[in-house]
Ligand binder design. Sequence first.
Ligand SMILES: NC(=O)c1ccc[n+]([C@@H]2O[C@H](COP(=O)([O-])OP(=O)(O)OC[C@H]3O[C@@H](n4cnc5c(N)ncnc54)[C@H](O)[C@@H]3O)[C@@H](O)[C@H]2O)c1
Length: 317
Amino acid sequence: MQFIRQTEFLLYGLSHFTKSAFLSRKKLFQPIPSNLESLHCVITGANSGIGYATAEALAKASCNLYLVCRNKERGEAAVEKLKATCGNQRIFLYQCDMSSMKQVKQLAEKLILEKRPVNVLIHNAGCMVHQYQLTEEGFETNFATNLLSVYYLTELLLPVLNENGPSKVIVVSSGGMLTEPLVIEDLQMKQETFDGMKQYARNKRQQVALVEYWSTKYVDLDVSFFSMHPGWVDTPVVQEAMPQFYKTMKSRLRTPEQGADTIVWLATSPCLGKENSGNFFLDRTSVHKHLPLACTHYSKETVEKLYLSLKEMVASI
Ligand SMILES: NC(=O)c1ccc[n+]([C@@H]2O[C@H](COP(=O)([O-])OP(=O)(O)OC[C@H]3O[C@@H](n4cnc5c(N)ncnc54)[C@H](O)[C@@H]3O)[C@@H](O)[C@H]2O)c1
C-alpha cells in the first residue's frame, strides 16, 4: 500500500506542486488588496521561508502582524527588514519555541493581556526532525511542534478570535499528508522504529483532520478553519531535512513567495468563510484530501479521539 501511495503522490506532485504548476494557475489570480488595516495576523515561524514571505505579503497589504519566532535575534532582524521594505510599522515580535507547551501558553496569555485583536492565526512553524528527540516536557519534537502546539494555541486563542470575528485559522499542512492515513494511537511513535519523515507526514495529516473537526465543533463561533499545501518550495527545511529530494527537484521548486500565495489569499480574501471552513487548499482552490487509491479515509469519531487525546496531553500544562 505504501508503494501505491508514494507513486500516486509523486505523480500528483509532479503535475500540481511544482513551480510550473503554480505559474500556470497564477494567471487566474486577482491581486491582494493593499488596505487591510483591520486584519491582525499571528504568524508562527515567521522569520524564514514561507512564513517570512507570508509576513512580507501581509505587511505590504497593511495588516498588523505578530511574528512568532523561536530565536530572538533572527526574529528582530525579520521585523526590522519587514518594516524597512514594506513601510509598515505595525509589526511586533513574540519569542516562543512552539515545541514547548509552556511557552505556547505564555504566548497566548501575552497576546490576550496586551489585548491584541487577533483575527487571523497562521500556523506555519514546522519541522522534520529525523532523530527521536524529546522536548523538556517529554513530547516527541515533530509531534509537539507540528501538531500539539497547533491544537493548543488555537484552543487558547479561540475566545479572542471569536470576539474579533469573522476570524480565520490557517494551518500550513503539506501534500506529504496524502501518503499517510490518520494515525491516532502512538502519536509519538514510541512503539515502532522512528521515522522522522513518516512522523512529519502523519502530523500533517493530523493537522488536516483537526481543521476539519474544528470546523464542525465550532460552527457557532465566528471563526473559520482552513488547511493548505504551499506546494514544493525552496526553503531551509527542504534543503536540510530532504537533501536528496532537494537536489533532484531544485529547478522545479517554488519560491517562498509562490508557496506563501495561498496562505495570504486565505488570510485576506473576504469570500472565504463558514461555507469553506474545514477545506484543504492548494493554489487558491479547495482540493481533495485523499488520493484515489491511497485508502486514507477516516471517520469523524476517529478525529474526535485524536482531539480528546491532544486535550488530555495539555490538561496539566
Ligand atoms: N517547503 C516546502 O516544500 C513545504 C511543503 C509543504 C509544507 N511545508 C510547510 O511549510 C511550513 C514552513 O516551512 P518552510 O518550508 O518555510 O521551512 P522553514 O524552515 O524556512 O520554516 C519553518 C519555520 O518554522 C520555524 N520553527 C521550527 N520549529 C519551531 C519551533 N519549535 N518554534 C518556533 N518556530 C519553529 C523555523 O524557525 C522556521 O522559521 C512548515 O510547516 C512546513 O511543514 C513546506
